[in-house]
Design a protein around this ligand. Structure first.
Ligand code: C2E
Ligand code: MG
Ligand code: MG
Length: 442
């Protein structure tokens, strides 16, 4: 059904509903992770998957319900039923497509997010579509694969998101972005081996906005490319400055999935390393497990390029995604970072400890170093050292800090700023006895 026909059918249904005081619901279904299906299998196969998704939604909701494709991978359905039935069908739709759309014995995509707007409580026909779509987006923000009833909160969140996206467009020119750096220490010696660059945005009125909040928005609104390029350039420049000053530490950046798919990311990285005369193996790209495990042609190619350049590859937030051992083994990675969630729980929770142990054993077999992130207590540190974790990172050792603070700390400068850190950690990373220029030679 075309969108026009759907909207006409909807308006007619609502008209009669109003008279009869009946209820219904608009379901707005968006496939999760469908972009990857197109990327990996091509558009023609993507279309077959979409047709299969339509069939599966109809199987759940009824063969004759008015249904329309609203956008690439988004569908609207009108259900003529009471609220409880509509909600039940929405949850069944999410369940039926959990794990992806079934086609020829395979699953494609990750699932479906379903937003529900009720008639008459959530408004008239055009409002219903918008509101069900807003509910669907809220489900996606929360990770997808589920359903939600419209809530006015969703529209407020959506407006906020649009505002952030708008302001983010100007953040680079207005010099509102900055990098802070958090050390990684070697577990056995507690010496600093590396720093991770973390992005900060000082918004003129909202104050500090967390990257956990604005990076997903930047990705969604097509802004991650300039931001990622800015981070790369700034981190390379800083790494070169530290090198010149004689600080021998690896510098890591976080690379988003979108950057990995960006055609010229590897080329920029390689050119940047060369122009700053930095050794590739002293630079790390942290890529989250969920992106690393996408394992599409595009990500495979991106990983191969990083491997070829010779940068260090680290799998971030490990344990939160679904790793395939086969994929993990193929990746040109050197490091796994165990997600903070397991570290927080490991002292009191035997399951979390078992997972940490299993990750360590597996990493050893694969020849990967393991970094524990979010170490906050001496008890966590001791347990991780005992288990043979290679490197630790967390507030217990240092919070993310400015490049200047890192340098002051490293140089053991007697300033008020340096007093708040533990200078001893950095001593060994200051290179003595050799000229910085020599170290920079490949
Ligand atoms: P991540 O890469 O896993 O970074 C770890 C996050 O945990 C950082 O949050 C860090 O400040 C925080 N953290 C470190 N130690 C502790 C601890 O002991 N306790 C607690 N509670 N938290 C700790 P931050 O800086 O807010 O960054 C959040 C996420 O945003 C990062 O997670 C990363 O995925 C993303 N991000 C940050 N900078 C960038 C960037 O430049 N590019 C991209 N694409 N993503 C970035
Ligand atoms: Mg990271
Ligand atoms: Mg992490």
């Amino acid at each position: 059904m075309t969108r026009d026909a759907f909207e006409t059918a909807l308006a007619q249904a609502l008209d009669t509903e109003r008279g009869a005081e009946r209820t219904g619901a608009l379901l707005y279904a968006g496939l999760d992770g469908f972009r990857l299906v197109n990327e990996d299998h091509g558009l023609a196969h993507g279309d077959k998957v979409l047709a299969a998704a339509t069939r599966q939604l109809r199987d759940v909701c009824g063969a004759r319900v008015p249904m329309c494709r609203m956008a690439g991978d988004e569908f609207a359905l009108w259900l003529n039923a009471d609220t409880a039935t509509c909600e039940l069908l929405a949850s069944r739709a999410a369940e039926a497509l959990a794990g992806g759309v079934a086609l020829d014995g395979q699953r494609y995509g990750a699932g479906v997010s379903v937003g529900v707007a009720l008639f008459p409580v959530h408004g008239s026909s055009s409002q219903l579509i918008h509101r069900a779509a807003a509910a669907m987006r809220a489900v996606k923000r929360a990770g997808g694969g589920s359903h939600a009833l419209f809530d006015p909160r969703f529209e407020i969140e959506q407006r906020e998101e649009l505002r952030i996206a708008q302001d983010l467009r100007q953040a680079i020119e207005r010099r509102e972005l900055d990098l802070v750096y958090q050390p990684k220490v070697e577990a056995s010696s507690l010496q600093v081996t590396a720093v991770e660059a973390l992005l900060r945005w000082r918004h003129p009125t909202l104050g500090m906005v967390s990257p956990a909040r604005f990076i997903p928005i930047a990705e969604k609104h097509g802004l991650i490319e300039p931001i990622g390029n800015w981070v790369l350039a700034a981190a390379l420049k800083q790494a070169a400055a530290w090198r010149k000053a004689g600080l021998r530490m690896r510098v890591a950046i976080n690379v988003s999935g979108y950057q990995m798919r960006q055609d010229d990311f590897a080329r920029r990285l390689e050119a940047g390393l060369r122009s700053h005369r930095l050794q590739p193996n002293r630079f790390t790209c942290e890529i989250t497990e969920s992106v690393a495990m996408e394992d599409t042609q595009v990500t495979r190619r991106a990983f191969a390029r990083l491997g070829k350049i010779g940068v260090h590859v680290s799998i971030d937030d490990f344990g939160t995604g679904h790793s395939s051992l086969a994929t993990l083994r193929r990746l040109p990675a050197q490091e796994l970072k165990i997600d903070r969630a397991f570290i927080v729980d490991m002292v009191d929770d035997a399951d979390a400890r078992t997972i940490v142990e299993a990750v360590l054993t597996m990493a050893r077999t694969l020849g990967l170093r393991v970094v524990a992130e979010g170490v906050e207590t001496p008890a966590q540190r001791d347990a991780l050292v005992r288990l043979g974790c290679d490197e630790l990172q967390g507030y217990l050792f240092a919070k993310p800090m400015s490049a200047r603070a890192i340098a002051l700390w490293a140089m053991d400068a007697p300033t008020a700023l340096a007093q708040s850190f533990r200078p001893s950690l950095f001593k060994e990373t200051i290179i003595t006895g050799s000229a910085p220029t020599e170290i920079m030679k490949r």
